[in-house]
Write a protein that binds this ligand. Structure first.
Ligand code: 5AD
Ligand code: SF4
Length: 470
């Protein structure tokens, strides 16, 4: 298959594995293996990247641990999407200086989207001198090489040059769950929404070969994974850089044809590229969960245009109608930004009216956060913070009411759910998920974890359902 996206040659991946083997040899000489901790901020793509980082660390002979206390290697996988996320990272990285004073051999690494922002890399270089290694998301596959360089040189390593990115296959992975798995199908983003930092941190859109993706899903299904989420910044752009007519609905349908008792999900979808073809596949394939995360960001067409979203309010509502005509029981979730620069109160009312019109099952609400280097950060932003917060509160309140009403409609129904874990409340010692990914609390035998079961919904809150085994 001919393609335009560069694929990292197998020899280069092999070389990284040789570095892992070399470090494994070094680590085997220690009385105990080094303890490695990976801390993840941000989105599911970062969670998936952290599973690769842990896979590489395990391959180097490290013991993977769950907190930074006494860790010999700490990797902070960061998110740049909003100021608040960045402040938390700076706070937590700053606090690591004390641990490093006690254990000067400790190695501290910072990667992920923040690492790719020039002003962040600069600040780490100057003011966080206890950080040994900084590398961006496109360099993730070279982590063993970088770590080796830090060991050999005992110097700091910064690998943060701008890079469009390539596809790296065959890296070791250490998955966090035994039932649910992430499968990245593409990386990067070409949309350049005017508020968003991601196209600058994660490079250009690039798709994995369908054969590799389907093989990975098959291996997961064979190992008993029950819930597989296909990941990409915009999964609906899948295949645009591939020859052979591969596009997302076709990939999804091929994945759904893989034998096994599992459900497929995907995220995130950009409304401009979510097509009726996709909705048809959702309707046709039982293995595709009836749920979609379709961020609308604003209910006002002028604001949508200023955001460079490339759809209007009416076009968004049309998509929802087309989707519901095919998948009537679809669970719909979305993202929305309040207080985009120049958004007026009247424009905000359009956002409120859109959520009343659509009635999402759940909504992720954000106050606009200016990101250095994005076009929106240059716009006039006259609305005071307090006014944005008041609008935000109104939106959250309206959505909470809608979420509760949506949950109330489940009461009395029977849902086939995956029992996926232990709950914290002894009266409801298990948790489960409906096909639409709604959380259900129930009591039952812990041996049921990992099985599908019919659950009668008996009660609910804004955030969850409560039920009993049928
Ligand atoms: N400010 C606030 N929210 C943002 N998002 C992305 N960039 C910003 C920003 N600068 C939100 C969008 C996106 C979600 C992942 O985060 O709603 O869909
Ligand atoms: Fe955060 Fe976006 Fe990067 Fe994910 S891709 S870590 S949400 S900035």
């Amino acid at each position: 298959m001919k393609r335009t996206t560069p694929v990292i040659p197998a020899e280069d991946i092999q070389r990284q594995k040789e570095y892992c083997a070399e470090l494994r040899g070094r680590n085997a000489q220690r009385p105990v293996p080094p303890r490695a901790y990976v801390d993840t901020y941000g989105c599911q793509q970062n969670e998936a990247d952290s599973e690769l980082l842990r896979g590489m660390l395990a391959d180097m002979g490290c013991a993977i641990v769950d907190d930074d206390q006494g860790a010999d290697i700490i990797v902070i996988n960061t998110c740049a999407i909003r100021e608040h996320a960045e402040q938390r990272v700076f706070g937590n990285v700053g606090a690591l200086v004390h641990g490093k004073r006690k254990n000067p051999d400790q190695i501290i690494c910072l990667c992920g989207c923040m690492a790719q922002e020039p002003h962040v890399a600069q600040r780490i270089r100057q003011s966080y001198r206890h950080v040994d290694l900084v590398f961006g998301p496109q360099q993730l596959w070279r982590f063993p090489e970088f770590l080796r360089r830090v060991y050999l040189r005992r110097g700091r390593v910064f690998e943060t040059d701008q890079d469009d990115g390539a596809i790296a296959e065959g890296l070791p992975v250490r998955r966090s769950g035994k039932l649910k798995a992430w499968v990245s199908i593409m990386y990067g983003c070409n949309n350049f929404c005017s508020y968003c930092i991601v196209p600058y941190t994660r490079g250009r859109e690039r798709s994995r070969e369908p054969g590799n993706i389907l093989q990975e899903i098959k291996a997961l299904a064979d190992r008993g994974y029950k819930d597989i989420t296909l990941l990409g910044q915009n999964v609906n752009s899948y295949g645009k850089d591939l020859e052979g007519g591969w596009e997302f609905p076709r990939l999804l349908e091929a994945a759904a044809a893989i034998p096994g008792d599992f459900l497929l999900r995907f995220m995130t979808s950009h409304p401009k590229d979510a097509t009726e073809k996709l909705f048809d596949v959702m309707a046709r394939c039982e293995k595709v969960a009836p749920v979609i995360h379709l961020p609308f960001q604003s209910g006002n067409t002028r604001v949508l245009t200023a955001m460079n979203r490339r759809y209007t309010r009416e076009q968004y509502l049309d998509k929802i109608r087309a989707l519901r005509a095919r998948v009537p029981n679809v669970v719909l979730t979305s993202d929305v930004i309040v207080g985009f620069p120049g958004e007026t109160d009247a424009e905000f009312e359009d956002t409120l009216s859109l959520i009343e019109a659509v009635r999402f099952d759940a909504l992720f609400t954000f106050i606009y956060s200016p990101r250095k280097g994005t076009p929106a950060a240059e716009l006039d932003d006259p609305m005071p913070k307090e006014e944005k917060s008041a609008n935000f509160d109104r939106l959250v309140e309206a959505q909470n009411r809608i979420s509760l009403e949506k949950h109330q409609a489940y009461i009395g129904t029977v849902q086939r759910c995956l029992i996926d874990g232990a709950g914290e409340d002894p009266r409801n010692n298990l948790t489960a998920r409906t096909a639409g990914n709604r959380l259900v609390h129930l009591s039952g035998d812990p041996a049921l974890i990992g099985r599908y079961a019919d659950i009668r919904i008996t009660a609910c809150s804004t955030w969850a359902l409560f039920g009993e085994l049928v």
